[in-house]
Write a protein that binds this ligand. Structure first.
Ligand code: ADP
Ligand code: MG
Length: 258
């Protein structure tokens, strides 16, 4: 099982949209996929079609009470795609974890290698607190959604510094699988400029696929279905299919075979 954290400490940059649609695309190609919702807002859980009322145990139980991961996982309406949902009590976990000795390793311990999945995507909250730290400690690699806006690069350097610290202290093997430019608007000269800057600064690290600003992507969550199912032919869905494909080409060969 390859574990991919989807993180960026900025809110509203497309983390959850990326997590939902890449997870759906990977499941559609036959990968046994687990989506872990680490954001107390629970948008990934809702967006995948699991309402708050349907959630019983959650990532809170995994992190704070050390409940076995499989006891908190539920099926979603999408074949091959399971979910470990988030509930609002997760917002307290950050504080409760502080006093615990293995506070950064709780998720890592729960994500045992014998879980029956090929890939696990972890949707992080918009902060660099203990929840995101748990994700980065548990992950093999990191996918960073980056919105093409003026301060994008500043925020990114803070995230990359955090990644270095995590590599030094908690998870020497943490890699970065790529940076995905999101909410790209071709008609806006600023986003174009930012995209060029990010690419010249970070080169190969940036996925070739950019995710356009697309209203279908923002409509889908209110229907409780991934955009990929809500409208599989819209520009946003096509971009996420391309991104998932590109992601697969970046995974090490031995992982793909596993
Ligand atoms: P994050 O998880 O980083 O906070 P979200 O994925 O929840 O970000 O996206 C923030 C908002 O923007 C949501 O309302 C979402 O539906 C919308 N959105 C995300 N990506 C796009 C896009 N490419 N085009 C249009 N709207 C988008
Ligand atoms: Mg989110």
């Amino acid at each position: 099982m390859i574990r991919i954290a989807i993180a960026n400490q900025k809110g509203g940059v497309g983390k959850t949209t990326t997590a939902i649609n890449v997870a759906t695309a990977l499941a559609a190609t036959g990968w046994r996929t687990l989506l872990i919702d680490l954001d107390p807002q629970g948008n990934a859980s809702t967006g995948i079609g699991v309402s708050a009322a349907q959630r019983e145990r959650s990532t809170y139980d995994v992190l704070v009470d050390q409940a076995p991961m499989e006891s908190c996982i539920m099926h979603t309406p999408i074949p091959m795609l399971d979910l470990c949902p988030a509930t609002v009590d997760l917002s307290g976990a950050e504080v409760e974890l502080v006093a615990m000795e293995d506070r950064a390793h709780r998720l890592s311990k729960a994500l045992r290698t014998d879980l029956p999945y090929d890939v696990c995507l972890i949707d992080c909250p918009p902060s660099l607190g203990l929840l995101t730290l748990n994700a980065l400690t548990a992950a093999d690699t990191l996918l960073v959604p980056l919105q093409c806006e003026f301060f994008a690069l500043e925020g990114l350097s803070q995230l990359l510094t955090t990644v270095e610290r995590v590599q030094q202290r908690f998870n020497a093997n943490l890699g970065i699988i790529g940076i995905a430019l999101t909410m790209f608007d071709r008609r806006n000269r600023l986003t174009d400029q930012v995209a060029d800057d990010v690419r010249s600064c970070l080169g190969q690290l940036v996925f070739e696929t950019t995710i356009p600003r697309n209203v279908r992507l923002s409509e889908a969550p209110s229907h409780g279905v991934p955009a990929l199912i809500y409208d599989h032919a819209c520009a946003g869905s096509r971009a996420y299919i391309a991104l998932a494909r590109e992601l697969l080409t970046r995974l090490p060969e031995e992982r793909k075979a596993a």
